[in-house]
Design a protein around this ligand. Structure first.
Ligand SMILES: C[S@@+](CC[C@H](N)C(=O)[O-])C[C@H]1O[C@@H](n2cnc3c(N)ncnc32)[C@H](O)[C@@H]1O
Length: 266
């Protein structure tokens, strides 16, 4: 545990999170109580886990090199010519956070899901657990090609869109029940995408914002988003920030304790 903490780039933030995060009994909001007590306890079935395992294994083993187009700050660790397994290691959602994506999709059963940032399709597959349509957008066609190559057979519809986030949002008029923003990790862009996506969301749309502690700028943006009067519910899961408009409820913010965070981040 101590070794993991020392290896972590934002150990101070993690300790702070540990000190203020709470278990389900601390939540007086029925929505958040259910989120912690029911949603985060959902179990995927064997067939789903088997497909997921196969997808992750194939990506981990693939050492082919390709030219990756860099968009956004999220891939700052790597060069332009990249190996699939390196991209997997650095960019894919992992561990407890991957589980949370599939639990949210399975529990709330969103009919329409938008993912900004396909990368290798790891999060995309997790989001199919509830059976809804998943639209996933990425500007790098080569990375997305590997996502398609290893994507498990699913009964739900998955649409891979090769486009920049800005361009996609500007011409998309669909309304989504769940929106996962996982790419272009700078605070100004995050706030811009959220604003642009207002037309694509309703009062109960779940926005999952990835890497809210990626850097100071992202953390500042997250703090401002929590304060935003448009979002009456916000939940801090350390790496994920979740916001919902829910105008019928009192404005509330929760820091929800998750187990297994350290293992998922290293
Ligand atoms: C962190 S990865 C996504 C990981 C994936 N969602 C998962 O769960 O495994 C971010 C992806 O966003 C894409 N991206 C970043 N900025 C973008 C932009 N402005 N427009 C389109 N794609 C972008 C990158 O090409 C990269 O593949």
């Amino acid at each position: 545990m101590l070794l993991c903490l020392l290896q972590m780039k934002n150990a101070y933030e993690y300790i702070k999170y540990l000190l203020i995060s709470q278990g389900r009994h601390a939540f007086h909001s029925p929505f958040v109580y259910d989120f912690k007590d029911k949603c985060l306890k959902m179990k995927m079935d064997f067939a789903f886990l088997e497909k997921q395992e196969k997808q992750l294994y194939s990506l981990k083993k693939d050492d082919s090199v390709f030219e990756m187009k860099d968009f956004g700050a999220g891939s700052r660790k790597m060069e332009r010519r990249r190996q699939v397994n390196e991209v997997f290691k650095n960019a894919a959602t992992k561990g407890v956070f991957l589980e949370v994506l599939s639990q949210i999709s399975l529990f709330y059963k969103p009919e329409k899901i938008l993912e900004l940032g396909t990368s290798l399709g790891v999060g995309t597959f997790a989001l199919t657990s509830g059976g809804g349509l998943v639209v996933t957008v990425d500007a790098c066609d080569k990375t997305q090609a590997f996502a398609r190559k290893y994507f498990p057979l699913v009964s739900s519809e998955v649409r891979f869109v090769n486009d920049t986030f800005d361009h996609f949002i500007s011409r998309d008029s669909s309304v989504y029940d769940l929106i996962f923003i996982d790419g272009h990790h700078d605070g100004t862009s995050l706030k811009r995408y959220l604003k642009q996506l207002q037309k694509n969301s309703h009062e109960e749309t779940i926005f999952i914002l990835d890497d809210i502690r990626w850097n100071r700028d992202m953390l500042r943006a997250w703090t401002e988003i929590i304060e935003d009067r448009d979002y009456h519910l916000s939940m801090d899961l350390f790496k994920f920030g979740i916001v919902m408009k829910r105008p019928h409820q009192q404005k509330q913010h929760f820091v929800v304790r998750l187990n297994g965070i350290l293992r998922s981040l290293l």
